[in-house]
Design a protein around this ligand. Structure first.
Ligand code: 4GX
Length: 222
């Protein structure tokens, strides 16, 4: 899976060099290309934004600069262009799975008051939000999308981890987990988990998943 990211802040994406996603990059299971939109400014001051027509606060990213940054991406014939914005459809696990079937995603990160509508109309295939709150830019949403989608790329997670979350557990929260020691501050690990009785363990975990979901996220059961 290839991700091309159009951003004014490529250094923010260094967060993706760690842990599971960092390893996936090293193993070349995923590729993340960072394109600095500022490199495509035509101006001697490297200007990328201007005041909005019609007035109002803030700045708008200029269409020609964004278009040239997009044009620099190679092999984009089969790529899907995603604009991260609070106006998009809210990302969920179903959408994440769907996107993981693509080979090439181009993620467009806006800043300030957003991007000139004309270039959005020209290049964007899909607008996606990561939730109903306002951030300062599209970089964190792009990272959320890369992280969540990459989990479904073959080889990124252990086979079992992806399988386990999907079948019996569909739409339920995870059951609680325990590790050594058997006793911590007077609290013991539930005996069933130490019993080695796989049938009982499975049943206990299913019950717990339902109980936790009822208590913390009853909306998921509706
Ligand atoms: N889920 N932001 C985009 C620029 C912007 C401003 C106005 C369109 C209209 C966000 C989110 C998010 C902040 C990224 C504003 N774009 N993106 N940016 N929530 O809050 O995706």
């Amino acid at each position: 899976m290839k991700f091309d990211v159009l951003t004014l802040f490529p250094e923010m994406f260094e967060a993706l060099n760690e842990s599971i996603i960092g390893r996936a990059k090293e193993k070349e299971l995923i590729e993340i290309n960072l394109i600095n939109i500022r490199d495509f400014s035509k101006d001697k001051h490297k200007k990328v934004d201007d005041t909005p027509y019609g007035g109002g606060a803030g700045m708008v990213m200029m269409p020609d600069v964004v278009y040239d940054a997009y044009s620099s991406v190679t092999d984009k014939e089969n790529a899907k262009v995603i604009y991260l914005s609070p106006q998009g459809k809210v990302l969920n696990q179903e959408k994440v799975k769907e996107l993981s079937k693509e080979n090439h995603l181009i993620l467009l990160c806006g800043h300030y008051e957003g991007i000139d509508q004309r270039v959005l109309d020209e290049i964007v295939d899909e607008e996606i939000s990561i939730g109903d709150y306002v951030l300062t830019g599209g970089e964190l949403p792009a990272m959320v999308l890369i992280d969540s989608v990459s989990r479904y790329v073959k080889g990124v997670l252990k086979e079992e981890s992806v399988a386990e979350e999907s079948f019996s557990n569909n739409k339920l929260l995870e059951y609680p987990q325990y590790t050594r020691p058997e006793e911590f501050r007077g609290k013991r690990v539930p005996e069933v988990l130490i019993s080695g009785h796989h049938e009982n363990i499975k049943k206990w975990r299913e019950e717990k998943a339902l109980e936790v979901t009822k208590k913390k996220r009853p909306d998921l059961l509706k």
